[in-house]
Design a binder for this molecule. Structure first.
Ligand code: B12
Ligand code: SF4
Ligand code: SF4
Length: 380
């Protein structure tokens, strides 16, 4: 059997395994090594140190295992539901759309394992290896080579009919497959995503500084958030979709479709910002079982909820924030103090003053003093 029918069969197997699109890339060194090297030199990876490891593999997937020849790249759509029914309550509009249902690592990993098994059954002796954001792979560049889309100026992979609301995965194989043709640039003179980014994290086309990205702050960053990030996060609690929402190609995708795995489960959908701020360990484990939001951990989500409340400035958040000033976790107390400082109501100020009298944690004391306008130097 020559490679063209084998390639066609593998793509068919990928669709049968539950993926929306599949394409083939031949393995070769990256066409944009300078982009990754500059990104790392500038420190744009922020605290994601793992991004600076195994760069040689990222830049040349042939080295992933001896005999690696081709990649079958797959896409799974998580497009928002057309009726917008999920965007209700005060929490879910501000959780990135990919993260409302099941964790794509699990959903796609399971399907990729099934696919790899089918490939090995059809072609005994073939080596396979699968990834879903789980290894040193430049997934977007690889998928662009496989014809699954073109890299947009917001750095996301963009498909002319499906937009950018999809996740990526790969099956690497020792089979010599026929590459699919790449898709030409889709951005042209547009720059709406750069203009829509509230933090200038997209400081130039195709360039993202994670140190300024809301997605990074809310998902990856551990510990206290710097004051500038708190202000810029707005009310995002997990991830950020602004540079995708601004994209005209996402406005009217002609290829509809959304895997039900990405639907928001009813029980999780009932959580609001107050419930998230006050969630205990058992309720967290139950509500976020199998969710990608577990990555931020309970502590990170509670921290983010406090910041979102402060930025919304809604008086109904004063009470839960006042309760959070007595929370066992000093990180939550710190961010609650900051949020109450933004409210500046009489109740908020009174609660901050009482908290200052009883607080023993030095860092929380600094936050309380700042919130009351008593601090003479900055805590960050
Ligand atoms: C680290 C990371 C992040 C970081 C940094 C993001 C970034 N832009 O690098 C943070 C935490 C900020 C992040 C955020 C998000 N992420 Co993320 N992230 C990754 C991860 C793990 C690595 C990305 C990486 O290698 N960055 C380093 C830079 C240098 O690489 P790059 O931007 O991909 O650029 C390469 C090429 O695109 C090319 N290139 C560069 N310039 C040019 C110019 C032209 C003209 C061309 C053609 C190519 C080109 O050169 C580079 C080197 O080859 C990938 C998974 C993976 N292993 O690839 C997911 C991944 C990119 N993330 C994903 C998603 C969904 C998101 C979010 C949308 C989540 C959210 N809603 O909050 C946001 C989007 C933010 C954004 N605008 O990118 C998806 C993207 C799917 C898609 N359709 O593109 C991925 C692929 C995960 C997956 N398996 O699906 N992410
Ligand atoms: S995810 Fe948000 S903060 Fe990050 S680059 Fe896009 S718009 Fe900017
Ligand atoms: S908003 Fe415009 S520039 Fe940005 S990715 Fe979409 S088409 Fe490209």
């Amino acid at each position: 059997m020559d490679s063209a029918p084998i390639s066609a069969l593998l793509k068919q197997l990928a669709l049968s395994a539950g993926f929306d699109r599949a394409g083939v890339a031949r393995l070769a060194p990256s066409d944009h090594p300078a982009a990754l090297n500059r990104w790392l030199e500038r420190g744009d990876q922020a605290s994601m140190e793992w991004m600076a490891r195994r760069t040689e593999l990222r830049l040349d997937s042939r080295q992933l295992f001896p005999g690696a020849r081709s990649a079958l790249c797959v896409a799974l759509q998580y497009s928002p539901p057309a009726d917008g029914r999920e965007a209700s309550g005060d929490l879910w509009p501000r959780v990135a759309r990919y993260a409302r249902g099941r964790d794509y690592h699990n959903v796609m990993g399971k399907r990729l394992r099934k696919l790899a098994k089918r490939v090995r059954e059809n072609f005994p002796g073939t080596q396979t290896r699968i990834y879903v954001d789980t290894g040193p792979v430049l997934e977007r560049e690889l998928a662009a080579r496989a014809g699954l889309g073109a890299v947009g100026k917001n750095t996301l992979l963009l498909h002319p009919e499906a937009g950018s609301w999809f996740m990526l995965g790969e099956l690497f194989t020792s089979l010599e497959l026929v590459a699919d043709p790449p898709i030409a640039d889709l951005c042209g003179s547009c720059s709406r995503c750069l203009e829509a980014c509230p933090t200038q994290a997209l400081f130039a086309p195709y360039s993202l500084d994670s140190r300024k990205c809301i997605s990074y702050w809310t998902i990856e960053h551990r510990g206290p958030l710097p004051n500038e990030a708190r202000e810029q996060m707005g009310d995002w609690v997990f991830g950020c979709d602004l540079c995708q929402e601004a994209c005209p190609i996402n406005a009217a995708p002609t290829l509809e479709g959304r895997d039900p795995a990405f639907d928001l489960p009813a029980q999780r959908g009932r959580l609001d910002l107050t419930a998230l701020l006050e969630i205990d360990a058992d309720a967290f484990a139950e509500s976020f079982h199998g969710s990608p939001m577990q990555r931020a951990k309970r502590q990170g989500l509670r921290r983010n909820a406090a910041v979102a409340m402060g930025n919304r400035g809604d008086a109904r958040y004063v009470e839960p924030l006042v309760r959070a000033l007595t929370d066992r976790d000093p990180l939550v107390r710190r961010h609650a103090a900051w949020a109450l400082g933004k409210m500046q109501s009489r109740t908020a100020i009174g609660a901050l003053e009482s908290a200052l009298e009883r607080e023993s944690d030095a860092e929380v004391i600094v936050e309380l003093r700042e919130a009351l306008g008593l601090a003479d130097c900055h805590a960050d």
